[in-house]
Design a protein around this ligand. Structure first.
Ligand SMILES: [Zn+2]
Length: 190
């Protein structure tokens, strides 16, 4: 590294929470099921469908936030992130923008030979996933089983010497994938 320069790296980490169902409907959040087996009018974005928030997502998000020293906001608002993509038939993702579930916090890690280092965390917000495009030789298919849940973590001003990122990842995974519990299934209005 050139003297006087410091590389600053930010990370955005997407993690699927350990819920049995998707974030806004009662469809299973299983991985590897038959394509489009786990879909309903809500996650397909059909006209008149209404999302219902899965309480387990909020509970796990809040637990992760408290584990990382983040403030859990009393008011948290979802917003539509509008964009077009072939695996997003409704034309928007339900996400969080200016009022996410959690504010600033940190993660302390150990750096070999240097002791503890504190990594700033900007926020955690909840967001549904889009579908998955499968590109074949002559056509593209879409699997909409993945309209699951994502949590996003944004680090700030992380030194490039953070090759220890590989160490912090399992810690985050432990936080986000606790001992499986049977979540309450949300009531689908459709
Ligand atoms: Zn669904």
């Amino acid at each position: 590294m050139k003297e006087g320069w410091e590389a600053v790296i930010g990370m955005e980490i997407h993690a699927q929470l350990a819920t049995e169902t998707k974030i806004f409907c009662a469809c299973a959040a299983n991985f590897g099921d038959e394509p489009n087996a786990n879909t309903c009018p809500v996650c397909l974005g059909l006209p008149g469908a209404l999302p219902v928030l899965n309480e387990k997502v909020v509970e796990l998000g809040a637990k992760a936030a408290l584990s990382l020293g983040l403030n859990v906001n009393e008011t948290s608002i979802f917003a539509r992130k509008n964009y077009f993509y072939p695996d997003l038939p409704k034309g928007y993702q339900i996400s969080q923008f200016d009022e996410p579930i959690c504010g600033e916090g940190f993660l302390d890690i150990l750096v070999e030979g240097k002791g503890a280092k504190r990594i700033g965390i900007q926020r955690i917000h909840m967001e549904e996933d889009a579908g998955k495009s499968m590109h074949l030789a002559s056509t593209t298919l879409v699997n909409l089983n993945r309209a699951g849940v994502l949590c996003r973590y944004r680090g700030e001003k992380v030194s490039v010497k953070l090759c220890v990122a590989n160490r912090s990842k399992p810690m985050l995974l432990q936080l986000l994938f606790p001992t499986p519990q049977r979540p309450r299934r949300p009531v689908c209005p459709i």
